[in-house]
Design a protein around this ligand. Structure first.
Ligand SMILES: Nc1nc2c(ncn2[C@@H]2O[C@H](COP(=O)(O)OP(=O)(O)OP(=O)(O)O)[C@@H](O)[C@H]2O)c(=O)[nH]1
Ligand SMILES: [Mg+2]
Length: 303
């Protein structure tokens, strides 16, 4: 199955409501524009974006005399794609680099670490996984399964160990082994929990300090927020809080399969001006895709 086809399949539920808007019989009238704006808001794009996108599209439709559903869909997809930030470098590919995965409980951090480890190991990167989730009992075993599937070593400590010191050890090991991509999983935490956010800030600081002292030269450290798209508008609050506490470098949206809230990807990227690095469209190792703004917008709109 091609990537675009599987992306379209993943976003099917997000697209359903828009499909109804575009099944208009007669003219593109006031009702159409109202329905469109409402549907964009319902799709978790956020009222501001929904409003400005609808206004812009309305102007464009008048200017270019766009009257048919296919014309309007195409114009909508192009307009939505503009909300995304151009991705700079892909720091999973542009190594050496160390990436910390953060996010609320169950967002898909561990799964995403596993998927990326597998992908990058297949592309010939020397990958190491670090398990800084010392809180949840099953977290280490879960990473071990992904690590052995990818043929990638997993550095871990006993349950209850200090996560910042685990990160230090992980980078020690990466330094010894000459790894070029370090992926560190962290424990899920609510963005509203000040203590746990402080703990995470310490994890990031310690990681940065150790990474600056690698024998082969400083290793760049990036912090990636993993968001479950199904959390809808709450995803935006998560992104704002994690960004305030840690300074994020990018977003990964998971579970875009089977949610009608795919528009949240757009709201987060646009509001925080952060690139979406990958999207998760299923639980299997191959269900992670590079993010392409145009493809995503087209799949969302059904163009
Ligand atoms: N459908 C779907 N399921 C996913 C996706 N990504 C992760 N999952 C599932 O979501 C559940 C939680 O994933 P984890 O990777 O354990 O999430 P986590 O963020 O590490 O969770 P904690 O460590 O408990 O905070 C698992 O059942 C995964 O298989 C995705 O893109 N699509
Ligand atoms: Mg986890």
């Amino acid at each position: 199955m091609g990537l675009f086809v599987s992306l379209k399949r993943g976003l099917e539920r997000s697209r359903e409501a828009l499909n109804e808007v575009f099944y208009f019989g007669g003219d593109v009238d006031e009702d159409f524009w109202e329905d469109l704006e409402d549907t964009l808001v319902m799709g978790d794009m956020g009222a501001d974006i929904a409003c400005s996108v609808t206004d812009d599209l309305r102007d464009e439709a008048a200017r270019k005399n766009l009257t048919t559903a296919p014309q309007l869909r195409r114009a909508l997809a192009a307009r939505l794609a503009q909300e995304f930030v151009e991705p700079g470098s892909d720091f999973f590919c542009d190594t050496p680099s160390c990436v910390l995965f953060v996010g609320i409980n169950g967002a898909g951090k561990t799964t995403t670490v596993g998927k990326i480890a597998s992908d990058m190991a297949h592309r010939g990167k020397r990958v190491v996984i670090g398990s800084a989730d010392t809180f949840r009992a099953a977290a280490i075993e879960q990473l071990d399964v992904w690590g052995s599937r990818a043929g990638v070593p997993v550095i871990k400590r006993e349950r209850g160990a200090d996560p910042a010191s685990v990160c230090y050890d992980v980078l020690d090991e990466a330094d010894r082994a000459g790894s070029d991509l370090v992926l560190i999983d962290t424990a899920g935490r609510l963005h509203t929990s000040a203590d746990l956010m402080r703990e995470l800030a310490k994890v990031v600081n310690v990681t940065r300090k150790r990474a600056a002292q690698m024998q082969a030269g400083p290793m760049a450290v990036h912090v990636v927020l993993v968001i479950d798209a199904g959390t809808g508008q709450n995803g935006l609050s998560q992104a704002l809080e994690f960004n305030d506490a840690l300074g994020l470098d990018g977003i990964i949206m998971t579970k875009l399969d089977g949610t009608a809230k795919g528009g949240i990807a757009l709201a987060v990227a646009s509001r925080l001006k952060l690139p979406i690095l990958r999207i998760g469209v299923g639980e299997q190792v191959d269900d992670l895709q590079a993010f392409d703004p145009e493809d995503f917008a087209r799949a969302l709109v059904g163009e």
